[in-house]
Design a protein around this ligand. Structure first.
Ligand code: IPE
Ligand code: IPE
Ligand code: MG
Ligand code: MG
Ligand code: MG
Length: 331
């Protein structure tokens, strides 16, 4: 038996140790109550390093026109929390998989490419018309609209090339991973959410409609990241279902907090222009419920995400702490 202080020490001390911590589930929950505003950047740091090294490699395609290559690198390598890759790695670990495994790493890189493409297109004048992203000019401001559209297209396509590139001996997981990413990013997933967010289709009024939008525009990719990590780690049915539920709740909470930050955040900290949602008349949890009720709901949904992990405890400790930390994030 380890003593609780030692276990707590490792939980506090080393973000890489979260998912290996030998703490019991009760201890993890106690810890989270004690530290409600854990530093998101510190938690994500190890995964940022890992995925950025892989993204550098996967973006080095010699036949790409130089100007396109420059735009793609700008869109992917200029900052960002790298939450979705971290979810792939942590989910693989939560089911007992090896987060350094080749397919896990490829899934993390592919997921981030799709996310970056979604941001580039989301910022376009025809969509949210934003000029600031990750603290820098958006892609269309930097390279022009045509190049931003095309760099986004190229990143989406590249993501599937990364997933399906021949591995030594082939890998039986490729088909399901491609299907998960395609579903999450596709016309019933993220794109459906963006179409609804832009008011281009019928969406029910009130909270039901808002949940429809948020679950899809943001939730489906976050859920896919968890499911892909689970599949990479060789999850069984119960494990996959637990991570599926966690991903769904986390995705909703994540966009809810994004809405709150748009209404309350600071430009320099956010790295994007605050106040855009109200200015554009977007449906958000803040416009629907007001700030305080939106904050309460974010906490409730985060708690539901953490509860979903119980069948995986204690290997899912990292995911639990991450969810809790993201609820109190500032960007
Ligand atoms: C921003 O996502 C867009 C949403 C889905 C809310 P992130 O907040 O994960 O953006 P980066 O990757 O850290 O820049
Ligand atoms: C983003 O939602 C959803 C996707 C990029 C798919 P938002 O439009 O709220 O994201 P930000 O605030 O621009 O990052
Ligand atoms: Mg948008
Ligand atoms: Mg936007
Ligand atoms: Mg937003």
């Amino acid at each position: 038996m380890h003593s609780p202080p030692l276990r707590r020490q490792s939980l506090y001390g080393d973000a890489r140790g979260w998912y290996n911590a030998s703490a019991t589930w009760e201890e993890v929950v106690t810890f989270m109550t004690m530290q409600p505003t854990e530093n998101v950047a510190a938690l994500l740091r190890p995964y940022v390093h890992r995925v950025e090294a892989d993204l550098e490699l996967w973006l080095a395609e010699p036949a790409t026109p130089k100007a396109l290559s420059e735009a793609m690198r700008y869109c992917v390598l200029g900052g960002g929390k790298r939450l979705r890759p971290a979810l792939v790695f942590l989910s693989a670990s939560a089911v007992g998989g090896d987060a350094m495994d080749e397919m896990t790493r490829r899934s993390a890189a592919a997921m981030e490419m799709v996310h970056c493409y979604s941001l580039v297109h989301d910022d376009l004048p025809a969509m949210d018309d934003d000029v600031l992203r990750r603290g820098r000019p958006t892609a269309h401001v930097q390279f022009g609209e045509a190049m931003a559209v095309l760099a986004g297209d190229a990143l989406l396509t590249r993501a599937f090339a990364v997933l399906s590139a021949p591995a030594s001996g082939g890998d039986a997981r490729v088909g399901s991973l491609v299907a998960e990413l395609a579903f999450g990013a596709g016309e019933a997933g993220m794109i459906a959410g963006q179409v609804a967010d832009m008011d281009l289709c019928d969406v029910p009024p009130g909270l039901d409609g808002l949940r429809y939008i948020h679950n899809r525009k943001t939730g489906t990719l976050i859920r896919a990241a968890c499911r892909m990590g689970a599949l990479c780690g060789g999850a069984g049915r119960t494990q996959l279902d637990a991570l599926d539920r966690y991903g769904e709740q986390l995705g909703l909470a994540f966009q809810l907090v994004d809405d709150i930050l748009d209404a309350t955040g600071d430009r320099a900290v956010l790295g994007k222009t605050p106040g855009k949602d109200a200015q554009s008349g977007k449906r958000t949890y803040v416009s629907e419920l007001g700030l305080e009720a939106a904050r309460t709901l974010a906490q409730e949904i985060t708690a539901a995400a953490v509860t979903a992990l119980e069948p995986l405890a204690p290997k899912a400790a990292g995911l639990a702490v991450l969810a809790k930390s993201l609820a109190g994030r500032t960007h």
